[in-house]
Design a protein around this ligand. Structure first.
Ligand code: GLU
Length: 571
């Protein structure tokens, strides 16, 4: 029975991959092996801009900046200069991994109950599409900091591709055109309406050429005057006016909030997993901790002996991830504001104790956190995130071997739906818990002035036991990001799959609820086997956007997620 199920699953998997490949990819540059430099990003125009920077001798950070600036233009539903990001950087000379935090901060006017009304949370979209949800954008300060540390080309040079595209125009990609067509609130914003829609408010078709002169002017200013020109002066004033005069729930962001913003270099969180060292982003992201805890628990099980995406493997991975999510929900928030027991969460002893809770063949149901000592007034952080069509991830390695893994976001699709100076403002503050307290205790992830909302973004870098670069990977997808990244790490490291095959593999994950399986033809046998183990199973349409690359003998191997519009480019 098991063998038959496995065989069926494998046939289904191969068929799925082939069909997905035929139906979604229009790009020829997928999964090749090269040796010099490589970029994997969510849009061909953006990846091309990054590749050209690498060809001109730019560093991985230089290429990341140029790519991000173009992404903000051509994939505006996902990320941009009005949002935030986390970047992991591997320095080939020192073999050091650094992490950069460009997460949005809450303005001075923020309050723990800012998303409550009459004792109840306001509906998610009313909170998201508003001035209230806009956090102080962090990405420009973060890119500036990373460029100061690792840039080789001039700052101004990195803006050229995006300025050219903004001025000369670019064609709407199928995904962007689709998202604009189904989006209703953005049309109400005067700036956005004039740019994204026809004069009578109609939608534009895929392939339509659009120009963004306001963005070109903003980028020119940033190129010339640096990030300061974003956080002070007319651009900052534009942000403040837009937030404060938003028709729906205006916010209180001030010029002072913008000029006070600081990007932070933080210690990345690194832990061993079998023969590798995995590094991720620490708080305010929950991503790194959840990925590392899950893998740490799974070290007790020989996944390589189990079939690729077999029910046994999915069961174990799901159980480990559920335990990690229970801890995430209880403990993780901005560690500059609440104490997060980072070290305890990753000790071998603690992870063994958590692993012992897993039965090889029986679902353990909803898990509780592990009772670690944390700030006793901050006990509970509910998850409020069943979303994830926005956000973007890019992975880059330059010819010196320096690598970047960066996840960047304006939160939901088209963020707050507010636009100023050619760019869209984020709604990242809705990543705070809407409930300020629970059972008499203040919620760890509640809003406060200057605080950064908890994220799930999980830019990851893998090293071998000698400290050499092995892999960069990450994905968008809301709190499902954690599961997408775990799947990819296990598929490449334990199951030895090529990067592209790992990305193509249907996603499966558990956020301490049902097991979520990405729909693929013949998913039923896997679903049934998991249900027989006592799992609740939910079939989902998956919106991962995994972009990764890997060092292999004789070169590099990349993969881009065909569920979105990503490509791998290299020489
Ligand atoms: N606001 C989300 C986070 O930081 C962005 C990720 C996503 O939605 O994909 O976790």
């Amino acid at each position: 029975m098991f063998r038959k199920t496995l065989k069926l699953s494998l046939i289904a998997l191969i068929t799925f991959n082939f069909l997905t490949f035929l139906s979604i990819t229009g790009h020829s540059e997928v999964a090749k092996t090269f040796s010099r430099h490589m970029i994997s990003a969510a849009n061909p125009l953006a990846a091309r801009a990054g590749l050209n920077i690498l060809r001109d001798g730019g560093s991985a950070v230089d290429a990341a900046i140029a790519t991000q600036l173009v992404l903000g233009l051509v994939e505006p539903q996902s990320s941009g200069i009005g949002g935030g990001a986390f970047m992991l950087h591997f320095d080939a000379d020192s073999q050091r991994v650094q992490s950069y935090d460009g997460r949005e901060t809450a303005p001075h006017s923020a309050k723990p109950d800012m998303f409550m009304s009459g004792g109840k949370p306001i509906p998610f979209m009313a909170a998201a599409a508003s001035g209230l949800s806009v956090g102080v954008p962090g990405i420009m300060r973060m890119l500036e900091l990373a460029h100061m540390h690792h840039g080789k080309l001039s700052w101004a040079r990195l803006f050229k591709p995006a300025i050219k595209l903004a001025e000369n125009g670019f064609t709407l990609s199928p995904r962007l055109a689709r998202m604009l067509a189904t989006e209703h609130i953005l049309r109400q914003s005067p700036d956005a309406r004039g740019y994204f829609y026809t004069d009578d408010g109609g939608t534009r078709a895929t392939g339509t050429l659009i120009r963004n002169n306001a963005m070109a002017a903003t980028l020119r200013k940033l190129a010339k005057q640096g990030a300061d020109s974003f956080y002070t002066g007319s651009i900052a004033q534009g942000i403040v006016n837009t937030v404060q005069t938003a028709e729906n729930n205006p916010g209180g962001m001030s010029l002072m909030d913008l000029s006070n913003y600081r990007a932070v270099e933080r210690k990345p969180i690194c832990s061993p997993y079998r023969e590798w060292q995995i590094c991720g982003m620490g708080p305010p992201s929950s991503g790194g901790l959840a990925v590392l805890q899950t893998l740490g628990i799974l070290e007790k099980f020989d996944l390589s002996a189990l079939g690729v995406q077999s029910a046994e493997a999915v069961h174990l991975i799901g159980e480990a991830s559920a335990l990690a999510f229970a801890d995430r929900n209880a403990y993780v928030a901005d560690a500059d504001f609440v104490s997060v027991p980072i070290n305890e969460m990753l000790t071998r002893k603690y992870l063994d104790r958590r692993a012992a809770l897993i039965a090889p063949n029986r679902a353990g149901g909803e898990r509780r956190h592990g009772g670690l000592t944390s700030d006793s007034t901050h006990k509970y952080t509910p998850t409020n995130d069943d979303k994830g069509l926005s956000t973007t991830h890019l992975s880059i390695i330059d010819s010196q071997g320096n690598a970047v893994s960066m996840t960047s976001s304006i939160e939901t699709v088209f963020g707050s739906r507010l636009m100023t100076n050619g760019f869209i403002l984020n709604n990242q503050l809705t990543d705070f818990s809407f409930y300020p307290s629970r059972d008499g205790s203040q919620v760890a992830n509640s809003a406060a002035p200057g605080k950064r909302p908890r994220s799930s973004m999980s830019p990851t870098i893998v090293l071998d036991k000698h400290g050499k670069f092995i892999m960069a990977i990450g994905s968008p997808g809301g709190s499902r990001i954690i599961g997408f990244v775990i799947k990819n790490l296990i598929a490449t490291l334990d199951w030895n799959m090529a990067m592209q095959a790992a990305i193509d593999l249907p996603n499966f994950l558990n956020r301490n609820g049902p097991i979520e399986l990405e729909h693929f033809p013949e998913v039923e046998p896997l679903k049934l086997s998991l249900e027989n183990k006592g799992h609740r199973v939910r079939i989902i349409k998956s919106a991962s956007g995994l972009h990764g690359l890997r060092a292999i003998a004789g070169g590099l191997q990349g993969g881009a997620d065909k569920r979105r519009e990503g490509v791998v480019l290299s020489d």
